[in-house]
Design a protein around this ligand. Sequence first.
Ligand code: NAD
Ligand code: IPM
Ligand code: MN
Length: 332
Amino acid sequence: MANRRIVCLPGDGIGPEVTAQAVRVLRALPLELELDERPFGGGAIDAHGEPLPPETLAACRDCDAVLLGAVGGPKWDGAPVRPEAGLLRLRKELDVYANLRPAVGDGVDLIIVRELVGGLYFGPRGTRDDGTVFDTCEYHPSQVERIARRGFELARSRSGRLLSVDKANVLDTSRMWRRVVSGLAGDYPEVELAHGLVDSVAMNLVTDADAFDVIVTENMFGDILSDVAAGVTGGLGLASSASLGDGGPGIFEPVHGSAPDIAGRGIANPTAMLRSLALLLEHGLGEPVLARAVEAAVAAAAEQAPTVDVGGSASTAEFGDAALASLQVTVG
Ligand code: NAD
Ligand code: IPM
Ligand code: MN
């Protein structure tokens, strides 16, 4: 097997702290690797004047998978170009439209399939002469179809239930979304499709998360619901994600951000990042056995060295030590 090329984008805040632990674990795996670390986010704005320098983008296009920490922070909040713009552009350039966000724990095992390169994040925006500021939500039916098919396929491989979430009682984009998703149901007779409105689904996620399995939804709703799902399954320190396109490199990153409130203290929970590494091994490199080994090591570390956010006292590096120690047992 040829060398696997992983581009690593640690980013800002706790991004580099948690990424360092994932890199330690990655290097301990029996894989021939080329790890290419690149500037991205606020640090790239400072060093190169833009959050996604052309060399970083070129490296990401030409690799097997991108491992990403987090970007952003108060330092750049007022900047003309924000770190987050680099993240959005990278997702768009790689066309990673399917963002899988599992939420597992406390009897809950659900996954949100979030559309990632359309909707309110990418529609026309601007300021009118009278000072009105606008962002617009646009979807083409083909964008809905491709993400909905991902949802159906995932549902078919799990419980056979798919919940499509929209705001069809108000929005035209949601009415089209619902029509397109319903129109595909005939292609997946083994999947039971239901529709939900985002406001009540948000409440039910808080009160009854264990009743959910696969949720498919548009970009903005998926962003918000995935933080809710993280909240009911142990917090943002645990929530991983995989952003996939149709064959090109995927991006594997935690759901959380750069956590400026704890950055620099070495106490961030690297679980979300390590679980994202497991998703990279599974979906990005086609190594499910190694993915399971990393998940098992993370579960062991969570027992032995819990971090502050989940009620423990271990540092980020101590968690990584525990994961590595148990990974040697599992793999080696
Ligand atoms: P955040 O996710 O960074 O933090 C929210 C809360 O969760 C904070 O209290 C933080 O300390 C805690 N938290 C997050 N990750 C943790 C971890 N691994 N271990 C322990 N605690 C953790 O959200 P925010 O504060 O709203 O955003 C901060 C910055 O991050 C903003 O600039 C935002 O745009 C950016 N952001 C980036 C990404 C990304 O790069 N993918 C995602 C979300 C937010
Ligand atoms: C996420 C983040 C990003 C998003 C931001 C940082 C652009 O919140 O990955 O959930 O909204 O998609
Ligand atoms: Mn988010």
